[in-house]
Design a protein around this ligand. Structure first.
Ligand SMILES: [Zn+2]
Length: 457
């Protein structure tokens, strides 16, 4: 091991408390991007990061307007043209904290219990941002940065990154890089470092169904008017067959097949039926019987009803026949599906199946394409080696069921592949009450990032 690498590892070993208190500072800023009441707080988190980048010695630090929350940028390009340029990605926004009564601690006052740090954003992903800053700072404080580095911190990831698709092409030169390090994907378990090489995309819809002009008395009109709630549920129920296969016309046409080799790798992942039952509390799993559970959440597309609103749901027995019903639907997509094509497929389904007794409307409100990265790319190899140095085992490679729109936007705008890693765990309760970060893994994560930056030079 080179001396400079060891110096950086020694440095960060002595500064654990400092980085922990920085994380607490950042968690204390309630940067809930989707809630207007937190607009100032979200800006404050951006300003906090800009100041932190300046303190780190970055140049050209700035807040770039996006139409929504600003992007924080900073860079150090002193390593020169021969050295690789890494774009480090992070999002400084967090999910809302409700329901607050299910939290055991104040979500904005990070509190440590043993090896766990509780608070909103500790795992997703303020902790990962501080880990990246700590790794780079440890190198800068002990020698010269062997690579060029750029930072991109966005403030609207939890809203689905609505501005990034148009923002990035406008700033191609500023963000140009050989690849992006994105620590927003976690690990399978504390002793199993993980690299995520595939992400599902997302198509999100609002469906409206209207019937009579106004809510009706079910005693006077029940039996002659098709209830919009019932009509909507009938439409939703027809979107899967009894095996959980999605029935939208053409839905699976562009879905990439899972190779025998990938199937064999996925079978080895410690994510079997028992794993999913333990994680979710359900007694029986559901879904396409021809695929492993881990394939169904990573390599197969899905359609979910995210919410339904209609009629009377308060106390008592109001006998209403509602005038309208509405549902929120989302599809998780895999390569090579396209969210706009899925929109067309859902329209086709609705045109074919919607009864004449109702009027309906479908709105696509969020679209992000799926992404996949080749495992042979040098940056993935560098991360794999780094993780082995710290954990002593080869990382697991997996496909993630979630969507990170920025990954495909970066590929499209600056042709940069993303290395998806991160040091959060499945039991971190991200997006839920009592979000937490397991600190021993977090410290290991910082060390592995130091190795990574040296491995790619
Ligand atoms: Zn995140």
């Amino acid at each position: 091991m080179s001396d400079t690498r060891q110096l950086a590892l020694d440095y960060v070993g002595k500064k654990k408390e400092k980085y922990l208190s920085e994380l607490k500072e950042l968690v204390a800023i309630p940067s809930v991007s989707m809630q207007e009441e937190h607009e100032k707080d979200t800006l404050q988190a951006a300003e906090w990061l800009a100041a932190r980048l300046t303190k780190l010695g970055m140049e050209n630090v700035q807040l770039l307007p996006t139409g929504s929350h600003p992007v924080v940028f900073g860079e150090s390009i002193k390593a020169g043209n021969d050295a690789p340029t890494v774009l480090v990605y992070g999002h400084y926004d967090v999910m809302p904290i409700d329901p607050l009564d299910l939290w055991d601690t104040n979500p904005y006052e990070a509190s440590q219990k043993g090896d766990l740090l509780f608070g909103r954003g500790t795992s997703d992903m303020k902790g990962q941002i501080i880990a990246s800053l700590a790794a780079v700072e440890s190198i800068i404080q002990t020698s010269d940065l062997p690579i060029n580095i750029k930072w991109l911190f966005e403030g609207e990831e939890e809203m689905g990154s609505p501005s990034m698709e148009s923002f990035l092409p406008q700033h191609k030169d500023l963000f140009s890089a050989d690849f992006c390090l994105n620590p927003d994907a976690g690990m399978i378990a504390a002793d199993k470092p993980t690299i995520t090489y595939g992400l599902r995309g997302l198509a999100y819809f609002d469906v409206y169904v209207w019937g009579p002009n106004q809510d009706l008395h079910s005693g006077l009109y029940g039996g002659v008017v098709h209830n919009p709630a019932q009509a909507l549920i009938e439409l939703l129920a027809g979107m899967h067959d009894e095996d959980g296969v999605i029935t939208l016309p053409g839905f699976y046409d562009s879905v990439q097949r899972i190779s025998a080799e990938e199937h064999a790798d996925m079978e080895k992942l410690p994510m079997d039926e028992a794993f999913f039952k333990a994680q979710t509390g359900v007694s029986v799993l559901w879904g396409e019987p021809d695929y492993l559970p881990v394939e169904r959440v990573g390599a197969r597309p899905t359609l979910e009803v995210n919410g339904i609103i209609s009629g009377y749901t308060e106390e008592g027995s109001k006998t209403v026949l509602p005038a309208k019903a509405m549902a929120k639907l989302s599809c998780r997509l895999v390569p090579d599906q396209d969210p706009h094509e899925v929109h067309e497929q859902l329209l086709k389904y609705m045109r074919a199946k919607a009864p004449k007794t109702i009027r309906w409307e479908l709105k696509l409100i969020n679209a992000s394409p799926p992404a996949i990265t080749n495992l042979d790319t040098p940056a993935i190899q560098a991360m794999s080696k780094a993780m082995q140095s710290i954990w002593g085992v080869k990382p697991l490679y997996r496909r993630e069921g979630g969507s990170i729109p920025i990954v495909s936007f970066l590929k499209d705008s600056i042709n940069a592949n993303s290395i998806l890693c991160g040091f959060g765990l499945p039991e971190d309760n991200i997006h839920s009450p009592n979000e937490r970060l397991y600190l021993p893994t977090w410290y290991k994560g910082i060390d592995s990032l130091i190795h990574f930056f040296y491995n790619i030079m």
